[in-house]
Design a protein around this ligand. Structure first.
Ligand SMILES: *Cc1c(COP(=O)(O)O)cnc(C)c1O
Length: 387
């Protein structure tokens, strides 16, 4: 039986998969089981920030595997201490909690916000405002937080206490602040279609939250760790949320999620109130240290912005392209006549990995992609768009 048959016989069919089985990769190129090569413009959904099997990353994860692969969180490890310090230094936050995914990082943020309010104001102030068209994860709680009706089927009852407000509409937000302990936003809605928030809205939102002692939670699971050309996307907006969650690209392709909190709320989750068996796993922290050390560098981040401009310039000259959205190497392309999924599927046949987001073609290339690799991938994409 081949890989795809064996897979489909044994793995739940929760994903719409393309008929490709990958075997290996290096730099920004993956190779399937037939030896065919693919240029990567998707990073495993923003996860392989340094491409496939970056040498320093491989070295760090492998030597950690040989040293010690896991201890419970009843003990300390140097690699987790180093990673925590690295992240706090890179972001200016005072403390971090480690999980293994974006959903878990957001669960932590939600629990933290509710307990912050409970400790200070008692019961009842438990609502959390999230934005229409947001995406915060697939667990029951983060699905409940997600502001898209299409995610609210089958799994009733959902978790109570989430209220949706319209993005970029400050009056709508103001009308929904009863018994609210936190507002949670993505600065660029990723799954929702690569749509950035307006700066004035974010400024006003941060002011209102500070004034009312409502915690501002930034879900930077997709936008964080250099994706937008700043270490955190919040830097583009000149604000500092109380809590920032990270995952996806944070550890270069090993499972890792982080919930970062400022001084105001970093001691809220006290002993016994939260935990994760795998959280802060040494292999993941070793990978994360390599990513943070490479990405938290002005020249590296400036290059992310330059590559973004390069891609946008090439694509905006194409007739079929209607509009380009996003920040840094998080790019959404609205097409005039073609269907995004058809384009993505054709590109895969031609040896280029792309993504969709809603009706758009979405690009999330590895942050260290070279201009040569960009040119090769763009040539494939542009030929398809022009055909
Ligand atoms: C991907 C994503 C999540 C969920 O992350 P998982 O690791 O799949 O749990 C949450 N929020 C945002 C903004 C995301 O893009």
């Amino acid at each position: 039986m081949n890989t795809i048959e064996k897979f489909d016989n044994n793995v739940m069919h929760t994903y719409g998969r393309f008929n490709v089985a990958f075997e290996k990769g290096s730099q920004r190129n993956a190779v399937d089981e037939d030896g065919k090569q693919y240029i990567d413009f998707g990073s495993g959904i923003g996860t392989n920030s340094l491409g496939f099997c970056d040498e320093d990353w491989v070295e760090a994860v492998c030597s950690q595997a040989k040293a010690i692969q896991h201890t419970s969180n009843y003990y300390y490890t140097k690699v987790q201490a180093d990673f925590a310090e690295n992240l706090c230094n890179a972001t200016g936050y005072s403390k971090v909690f480690f999980g293994n995914s974006g959903a878990e990082a957001n669960e932590c943020a939600i629990k933290l916000a509710r307990k912050y309010s409970f400790d200070k104001y008692g019961k009842g102030r438990h609502n959390i405002v999230t934005l229409v068209n947001s995406f915060h994860g697939r667990t029951l709680c983060t699905l409940s937080a997600t502001g898209q009706d299409s995610f609210h089927n089958y799994f009733f009852p959902f978790v109570e206490g989430f209220v949706n407000a319209k993005a970029n509409d400050i009056e709508d937000l103001k009308s929904k602040l009863d018994n609210v302990c936190a507002v949670m936003v993505e600065f660029v809605q990723g799954e929702g279609g690569v749509i950035a928030l307006e700066k004035d809205y974010v400024t006003a939102l941060a002011e209102i939250c500070a004034e009312k002692d409502i915690l501002l939670i930034a879900d930077e699971v997709q936008t964080g760790v250099g994706r937008t050309g700043k270490f955190l996307a919040s830097e583009h907006f000149g604000i500092k949320p109380d809590i920032t969650t990270l995952a996806k690209g944070i550890a270069g392709g090993v499972p890792m999620g982080a919930c970062l909190a400022n001084e105001k709320c970093s001691e809220v989750l006290s002993k016994g109130t939260h935990g994760s068996t795998f959280g802060g796993n040494p292999l993941a922290c070793a990978g994360g240290n390599v990513v943070v050390n490479k990405v938290n560098n002005k020249d590296f981040l400036d290059e992310v912005i330059k590559k973004s401009e390069y891609i946008k310039e090439k694509l905006s000259a194409i007739d079929e392209v209607c509009e380009i959205s996003g920040l840094g190497l998080m790019i959404g392309i609205t097409l005039k006549t073609k269907n995004a999924l058809d384009v993505v599927s054709k590109a895969l046949d031609e040896g280029l990995m792309l993504l969709t987001a809603k009706e758009k073609v979405r690009l999330l290339p590895p942050l260290n992609i070279t201009y040569d690799e960009l040119d090769k991938g763009l040539e494939i994409l542009i030929n398809i768009l022009n055909s």
